[in-house]
Design a protein around this ligand. Sequence first.
Ligand SMILES: CC/C=C/CC(=O)SCCNC(=O)CCNC(=O)[C@H](O)C(C)(C)COP(=O)(O)OP(=O)(O)OC[C@H]1O[C@@H](n2cnc3c(N)ncnc32)[C@H](O)[C@@H]1OP(=O)(O)O
Length: 719
Amino acid sequence: MAKYSRVSGSVGLITLQNPPVNALSAAVRQGIVDTVERALSDPKVKSVVICGQNGIFCGGADIKEFGSNMSGPPLVPMIHAIEAANKPVVAAIEGSALGGGLELALGCHYRIAHSKARLGLPEVTLGLLPAAGGTQRLPRLIGVPAALDLITTGRHVTAAEALQLGVVDQVTDHSTVDAAVKFAQSVAGKPLDARRISTYPCPRPSDLDALFEGVMEKVRQSARGAIAPVACVQAVRAAATQPYTQGMEREKELMATLFTSGQARALQYCFFAQRAVSRWSMPNGARWDTSKPRPVHKAAVIGLGTMGRGITVALAQTGLSVIAVETQEKQLMEAKQAVSGMLERGAKRRGVAPALDRISYSRDIQAVADVDLVIEAVFEDMGLKKKVFQQLASICRPGTFLCTNTSALDVDHLASQTHNPELVVGMHFFAPAHVMKLLEVVYGPRSSPQAVATAMQLGKKMGKISVAVGNCPGFVGNRMLKPYMEQAFFLLEEGATPELVDRALEEFGFPMGVFRMSDLSGLDVGWRVRKGDGLSEPGAPSGQPARIRQGRRYSPLGDLLCEQGRFGQKTGRGWYQYNKPGSRVARSDPWLHSFLEGYRARHGLVARRIDNQEVLERCLYALINEGFRILEDGIAAGPEDIDMIYVFGYGWPRHRGGPMFYAGMVGLGKVLERLEHYHQAHPDVPYLKPCSLLWRLVASGSPPLHKWREVIKKLHSQL
Ligand SMILES: CC/C=C/CC(=O)SCCNC(=O)CCNC(=O)[C@H](O)C(C)(C)COP(=O)(O)OP(=O)(O)OC[C@H]1O[C@@H](n2cnc3c(N)ncnc32)[C@H](O)[C@@H]1OP(=O)(O)O
């Protein structure tokens, strides 16, 4: 909808009305067409202002409409009609002007923005391109390199940057609508020919071919198989090389391919899933909308290793007072220096003052007595964590939330060390904690809804995508990683190389394959866990075959590498070799290849040819199968939670939507059939046995992902 009024005698004021972001739904587009026509035909109106209600200009096309048959007036002719108007039209931009919202503003003759407004063409993040003339008008207005940057990254710019680039004509700190109305009065009757961006020649850089080749190369590398960024470059190239009308044709043609693509569906799913995970629920019925978080002003971090330092930085940058505790003097000094450095670098990047004085450091754990919330981040050792929790229980004032940063340990067991287990939750950060967007908030059976709500809200304040999950070994992310890595090890035993497995996964879109990732995070991390689980020697009972543990197939390859001191990048050797310890450039290692050959020979294994499809099916379907088990167990409330954990924490390519979405795209029947096939071939691998929820979903006709919760509910009610 759009409201029309006449203000200051001669200005037609059109207000977009579609809360919460004034998205350009069919009704809004119809409203704009009608009100523009009305303003242009009213002889008393000399100029027009377009604004949005509730302090936001427009969040772009209505993404919810994309899946359905789009009705109502299309954007392109609507914007052309505005640009062609014989009365000046001014866009008054408050809040956001994004996507179709900015394209609408680019069709206006003038743009005035509030200093706090943000502008951008984020269509690429939804698997699309700005197809309402954005790829053709923006380069004509601000030049090809700047337009390429905004369109291929989708980044939002501040009003100040928009002014500097020439996207807007004026920035105000006061009422944008008042400023726009005044401005509209001042330009009434003035010639408009020079204000119609589509008529501008596109500035043609002298090194056009080199420029586009360079950008295309960069985009291909960072897009990891995403098609929209490539199409964006092609569309802008059309603006730079062809007349406007032909450029618009090219824009339309490219958009037609993107619009119906699986990647666009996946990315749009991610947009909504990212928001849906904040509406958490627990199996006991507690929910985000009925649980009130408690404010947290002062927090403490215990243990200043890599994780503790990152968490301290993230809390301080959020504006909290932080008490950072490390009992070892040397560690404390090193941590203080490292944290200050991280804060200073972050502040420099964001153009703000570093939050150094928000942190006080102490060697004495008693210093945390009066904080609202503690995050324990000591070494991943249950004995040590238990001791810390016992201390915290006696030091902290009543009501203090006690959180543990653990990647796999039993949160409930830690809660039992305190007098108030309802105040205990897990906060599983990902390294580096001040950079990575994911936070798993882990509730135990005794965690109170308020504790969960408080941790979720704190995560949000820290700029994290927080996902509430139940307590089980590995929670969601690491639990699903286990079958994925296990399959990768088995593939090596059967004839693959780390290079082959990694290449298949990287071509799928992961930034790093499983072995390069393992080298980066350190092979000793998994080794320690396997030792703790009694899997790796010497915990395993003597006399059992080397490749069987606890009655199932086991690959000791990772353990054998660790026994050789090959911990990955930090030792300069792992699944690959590196120039020196700490170096990041992985090189193929002939030693590893002959080690694998020797290993196979020792165990009577005959190497066979393994192709990309098998790598993907075995690694990914085993991981997905565990995802279904997690849903079945009620550890994650819905598939969106799992998908966002994988997209934000584990490098799952966003344009593939997350593992559960991907399973739906592949077809649940196909995933089931391939798992059955592999399980028949490897009956000693329980992770390959399709779980009952997958069977049930297939039996109920493979419903779309948004209907899975109904099937899960039914399954739970029958248990
Ligand atoms: C014909 C094809 C043409 C395509 C051109 C396009 O315009 S594509 C769309 C391009 N626009 C965007 O990508 C903007 C998406 N929105 C945002 O980035 C942000 O929502 C915002 C506008 C910056 C506001 O952020 P804020 O944090 O304040 O709010 P939320 O993100 O939580 O959003 C509030 C609710 O509004 C829903 N929503 C937001 N944008 C749209 C949209 N364009 N279409 C439909 N719905 C949108 C969002 O889902 C939230 O809804 P909830 O139900 O509360 O989750």
